[in-house]
Design a protein around this ligand. Sequence first.
Ligand SMILES: [Zn+2]
Ligand SMILES: [Zn+2]
Length: 481
Amino acid sequence: MSTNGHRAPVEHATGKRHRMRRCALAVCAALALGAVPASIVRAQQAANAAGAAGAAIQTAAAQALHAQIDERAKAIEPQLVAWRRDIHQHPELGNLETRTAALVADHLRKLGMEVKTGVGVTGVVGLLKGGKPGPVVALRADMDALPVKEQVDLPFASKTKGVYLGKEVDVMHACGHDAHTAMLMATAEVLAGMKDQLPGSVKFIFQAAEESPATFEPDGEKIWGAKQMVKEGVMRDPKVDAVFGLHVSSAYPSGWIAWRAGPAMSAVDQFWIDVTGKQTHGARPWSGIDPIVASAQIITGIQTIVSRQSNIGLEPAVVTIGAINGGNRMNIIPDKVAMLGTIRTYDEGMKKDIHKRLATTAEHIAESSGAKAKVRVVELYNAVVNPPQLVAQMAPTLERVAGAGNFGVQPKSQASEDFSFYQQEAPGMFFYLGVTPRNEDPNTAPSNHSPLFHVDEPAMLYGVRALSNMAVDYMLAANKN
Ligand SMILES: [Zn+2]
Ligand SMILES: [Zn+2]
C-alpha cells in the first residue's frame, strides 16, 4: 500500500513482529476500519493542500506558540510513554476506571487545574483557564479497556482480570484508550505550561465507558459514557465552543492522521426480534406454528431493507443479524425464536426509516404463517458527523502537525463512537491517528479490539501535538474574528 514509505519504518517497542490474527469479538462499538485506498489518499491530499493554504494561521505569534508546543511535547515524550505503559498494564473496564481516573485527577491537580471527579461515574474533567480571554475548547479522551486477553509480547502486557457483566474476564487496552488517556495527560501538561499565553480556556474531558459499561447491559433506559457526562453538564459551565478528539487506529501507518468532513463514523443501534409460534412435535408441523421457518423468512426479508428499500445513494447502511436462538431438540418445533442484530447508518432520517421497515418486515412475515414477531430497537450511539466548516478550519492545523505526505481522507468508518454526543452540544471534530508500525502493513496488522492490537508509541507524539495545536489554533482564529 502506497501509504507506507513516506517516512522511514519505525521500530515497534518490542522490536518483534506479531502474529496476525483477527479478533472474534463482536460486542460494543467495535472498530472495523478499512485501510485507505491509495487513490483516495492522493485525491484528499491534493484537495486538502488546495483548500488549506488560505485558512492557516501564520502570524509570528502563532508560529511561536506552535514551536513552543512542539518543544514542550517532545520534552514530555518519555513521560507520555511511561504513562501509557502504566495504564496499559493496569486496564479497567467501563465505569470501573478508578485507578486510571485517580492518576488523571492527580496529574491535572498538580498542573493547577480545577478538577471534577466522578462525572459520568468515573470521568474526570479539568479546566485550564488561559491568561487571555477567548473561547472554551474541549479535548476528550476515553479511559476504558475491553474484555480481551492480551496476546501481545510486551514487558508491560496486561495480566489483569476483571468482571464484565457478572463474569470474570481478562482485561486489555485492545482499543488503544490507554494511548488516548496518556496523550491527553501530556497535552494537558503542554498547554498548562503555556497557559498565560493562551487566549481562551481548555476543558480536558477524560471519559468512562466508551465501549459501554461492564456493570450493566444497554436496555434503552440507562445511559453511560459521553451521554452521561453531557447530561451531567460537561459541556456547560463554562460552555464549550468546540470539541476535539481522536482515535488510534491500526488501519493507518504510525503517525498518519486521517479525517473526514460530514458523516465519518456510523450510528449504531441494537435490535431484538422475538418470534412466537406454537410448540408441537417435529413430525407434525401442521399441528403447531413453526417460529424457526418464520425466522428464516424474516432474516431473508430483512436483506431487502438495505438492498431494495433504502436510498443507499444517499448514505450506506448495514443491517446484520448476529445471533439466533431457538429450540433444543431435533423433533420439537419450539415456541419461540430470539434474534439479535445491529444497524449501522450515517443519516438520521435513513436510520428512523430502517427502524420502521424492520418492524414492518418482521411482523408481516411472521403474520403470514400465523406466528408473531416483536421488534425492539435500542439506539446506542449516533453517527459521528464532522461539520464541514470546522473541518475546513482545522485541516491546516492537522496537515502541519502530520507533515507532508502523512495525512489523508478517512473512508467512512462502520465503527461507532459516543464522541457523537459531544458533537450534539458543540461543533466537534473527531479524527484518526495511525499506530501501525511502519514495518507492518496496516491492511493486515491486528485491528483494534484484537488481542494482538498494538500501538507504535512514537505515534503518540503526533496525537499530543495535534490536540495541543488544534486547541491553540481554534483560540487564535476565534480571537481574530
Ligand atoms: Zn473500541
Ligand atoms: Zn475505542
